[in-house]
Design a protein around this ligand. Sequence first.
Ligand SMILES: C[S@@+](CC[C@H](N)C(=O)[O-])C[C@H]1O[C@@H](n2cnc3c(N)ncnc32)[C@H](O)[C@@H]1O
Length: 284
Amino acid sequence: MFSLNSLIRSATGKAAGCRKSFRSLSNTRPELQEASSVSVGNMVRGPERLDSRWTKGVPDYMKDIYTWAYVNPTNVRLLDHQFVVDAILFFNARVLERCVLDNLAVGSHVIQVGHTHGHLCPDAAKKVGPTGRFSVVDITPIQVEHAKVKLQEFPWTTVRAGDASDFSSVLPEGETPYDTTYAFMLLHEIPDKMKYEVVDNMLKSVKKGGTVVWVEYHGPPYWYNPTRYFMPFIFRWLEPFALRMWESEIESFANAELKKQFTWTKEVYGGNLYQVVIAKHNGA
Ligand SMILES: C[S@@+](CC[C@H](N)C(=O)[O-])C[C@H]1O[C@@H](n2cnc3c(N)ncnc32)[C@H](O)[C@@H]1O
């Protein structure tokens, strides 16, 4: 009989040090080209070959596993397009992004934890609008630069460099708590210990009555969904912290006392491969 566990165990490949090559894609935004002035020949290089300004302050898990996606400026330039996000999320990106946008009120105070390729950031900034305030925090220098460029036409936005496992990066001292804090496909990319810290920091960052939204992998996908059978291999190859999202509810990462202060709901998408979890603070 088919055993998902044996499939997962048999999945092979090392994520650390992986090298990906990409076909050269055109980029129509000169500002981003300027921010990514590394030759295409560098796109498969590891962190040790990059200029130190791109790796400064970047934790080992990002350099070891995600240089190809979020640290190497050439790759970031190539990947930061909506069609890439659509493809990576098997054409579920738009519906998942819509779930985030539906939770953002015009004129509200919002933070996105972790920059995203594609147009979620600017769409969210537009939805919040000039009567609100919108921030992005990210841990890699190139993602911070890309977010700044993508949000430059919206003066009500702020982009910060910071680690979401550090509370002051999510809600800096003196900043008023948010109406909505969200993360789009972040938790599966961070080490398990950090999942607890980031979930707690996000919950602590909202005001009474505020909302926290996570869009994440979920699983295992239904038996008739082909991703059930090949995603464990992809995870083992490229995303070693992701399978935890198939085994654990997001609320299980929350501190017990904090968790009780929120009402939790979950909806699944893409044949159970994705989840949208909303934690609404019970206070008025
Ligand atoms: C939010 S996820 C989004 C992934 C998704 N595939 C996309 O781009 O649409 C990726 C981002 O999270 C950032 N990130 C990873 N660990 C982080 C941390 N501890 N704090 C803040 N940002 C982090 C990465 O630098 C990257 O820009």
